[in-house]
Design a protein around this ligand. Structure first.
Ligand SMILES: Nc1ncnc2c1ncn2[C@@H]1O[C@H](COP(=O)(O)OP(=O)(O)OP(=O)(O)O)[C@@H](O)[C@H]1O
Ligand SMILES: [Mg+2]
Length: 242
């Protein structure tokens, strides 16, 4: 069954139609990447999928249930990761669970076993300002994962990172995603990131925006070293720019 279905979405800002019948489906355990130029509507699509804004028409279904305009059914890592600077790493991670009114001991039992997988077991007493960019991203990812591990929407999760850290993060997050069979929808400007992490890639473009191109990504282990990989990258780039 599809984990997420966006069906025939329509939405306008200031009478300009941004979406005029956009549909997308994400299967359980699948990673789908959306790439597209700045301002094309990627974050707005996530705001609709997460229920933060209601589309002017169309439906959002999660696990087959209509959740249009209803927040709280996905884990959503916003484009601008908002770690609270005055709270320690642990309390930043605990935030979604605290908001669910879980008892402190239950929160502790959920967080502690996950810290090593996120490379945060030595860091949970620190403040965000004491962390590197990659460590901060892992805090935000763990917080998102704890808010909802059945469907994660990640809006440019690694964009603030340098090239080397980014690559380490893909490897780590890719392995974590496979291990937990997470369903993820990822927005990124980085084609390598999309190809590395995703099973399928869509290019969002135009006004109104459509998912104009769809690529299924070969996940065999030697693909990233192949000529086909470079060809795919070129094709995606042309699809974004063309
Ligand atoms: N609340 C709003 N009111 C009016 N216009 C808006 C609002 N939110 C977004 N827009 C407009 O809708 C369009 C899409 O914005 P959106 O943030 O979804 O783009 P994006 O693809 O995520 O861009 P970026 O890659 O720069 O993050 C832009 O033209 C933006 O100015
Ligand atoms: Mg955006």
């Amino acid at each position: 069954m599809s984990k997420l279905i966006l069906n025939n979405l329509h939405h306008s800002f200031e009478n300009k139609p941004l979406f005029n019948g956009l549909s997308l489906s994400v299967g359980t355990g699948e990673v789908v990447a959306i790439v597209g130029a700045s301002g094309v509507g990627k974050t707005t699509l996530f705001n609709i999928a997460s229920g933060l804004i209601a589309p002017s028409d169309g439906r959002v279904a999660i696990d087959g249930v209509d959740r249009t305009g209803q927040a709280g059914f996905v884990g959503y890592m916003l484009q601008k990761d908002l770690l609270l600077p005055f709270k320690r790493v642990y309390d930043n991670i605990a935030l979604p669970l605290t908001l669910q009114n879980l008892p402190k001991s239950a929160i502790h039992d959920k967080i502690m076993p996950l810290l090593p997988a996120f490379g945060l077991d030595e860091l949970h007493h620190k403040y965000p300002a004491q962390l590197s960019g990659g460590q901060r991203q892992r805090v935000a990812l763990l917080r998102t994962y704890l808010s909802n591990d059945s469907l994660m929407l990640l809006d440019e999760p690694f964009s603030a990172l340098d090239f080397v850290t980014k690559n380490q993060m893909y490897e780590w997050f890719g392995a974590f995603q496979k291990d937990k069979e997470l369903t993820c929808l990822i927005i990124t400007h980085d084609i390598d990131e999309a190809i590395y992490l995703a099973d399928e890639l869509y290019v969002l473009k135009g006004l109104p925006a459509t998912l104009a191109h769809h690529f299924v990504i070969d996940k065999s282990s030697d693909f990233l070293q192949s000529v086909e990989y470079l060809n795919l990258k070129q094709d995606v780039l042309r699809a974004i720019q063309g």
